[in-house]
Design a protein around this ligand. Sequence first.
Ligand SMILES: *Cc1c(COP(=O)(O)O)cnc(C)c1O
Length: 358
Amino acid sequence: MRPLVATVDLAALRHNHALAKGCAPGARAFAVVKANAYGHGVREVVTALHDDADGFAVACLEEAAEVRALHPSARILLLEGCFEPLEYQVAAHLGLDVAVQGGEQAEALLAAELERPLNLWLKLDSGMHRLGFSAPDLRDWHARLQGARQVAELNLMSHFACADEQGHPLTAQQLESFLSLADLPFAGRSLANSAAILSLPQAHLDWLRPGIMLYGASPFAGRDATALGLQPAMSLTAQLIAIREVPAGETVGYGAAWRAGRPARIGTVSCGYADGYPRNAPAGTPLAIRGRRVPLAGRVSMDMLTVDLSELPEARPGDPVELWGAGLPVDEVARACGTIGYELLTRVTARVPRRYRF
Ligand SMILES: *Cc1c(COP(=O)(O)O)cnc(C)c1O
């Protein structure tokens, strides 16, 4: 069996969920499980949170149907709303909460014949300028939708662009824009992603939307997850499958892109870019063996990568290699690769088996 596995610690996940909810006593939370629960496996994540979660949030109807099959009663929020008019019927059938992010979606809803009315989340474009109504348009749509036969609850949501950067001026502007609609009657209001849950109590309101923090990675560039009290949920573990001595001046890997400046001990590791490890990871990107950091050396191949073991003479073939996880924060690896933990976690490919700890 190929020695590469993503081990998912569901107790860590539950701990992180409880930590998110503890930040805002009284608020409810949509656990964000889009993109296969950020790569962790939506079935197991929804099952692990089954009794604790108030609801789940997903990016599309296909994901929502999967969650509904696992949880008959939880609220499930479709974050981007329906992509075509017919989806409203499926959403009603599944009993979803549906975002409405623009005039076309709202018109399609008012034209739909539904088996039951939907809980709607009017999305305000408070400054991210990706989805949502302007504040005046949102007021108009609130008036038009209130009391419509397709509508059960009317709720309000928006999304932060920069909540991960402490004190960014756009965050205060977005909060102000959101609160400027406080005079409208909404059943519930939701604004906080992980970064805002951890750093912006004014944004907590009725419903939290924790994503990355559930998986134990940090939403902030400069603050590590453990310092925030989070526990990493995924450990990606491979093995040293070969070790060789490479004379000074020789090169390692495709493109001969890494050259040994001194006699080097090179280890070959059973993980490559077809597993989701970034091919653009530069030499020096950390991996962990025997509790120590070792640097990536040479280009990442499809199924393997190479590390410089010169500073770790005790390393042996068969040693486990942590790409990231409990002993090496995914955020540290992401930083070295010029990306974020979110991307590394979500791009672990289907060929990597997930194993679960309960
Ligand atoms: C993905 C997403 C979230 C979760 O964000 P995190 O930064 O992972 O906590 C919340 N709200 C919306 C609208 C999203 O798309």
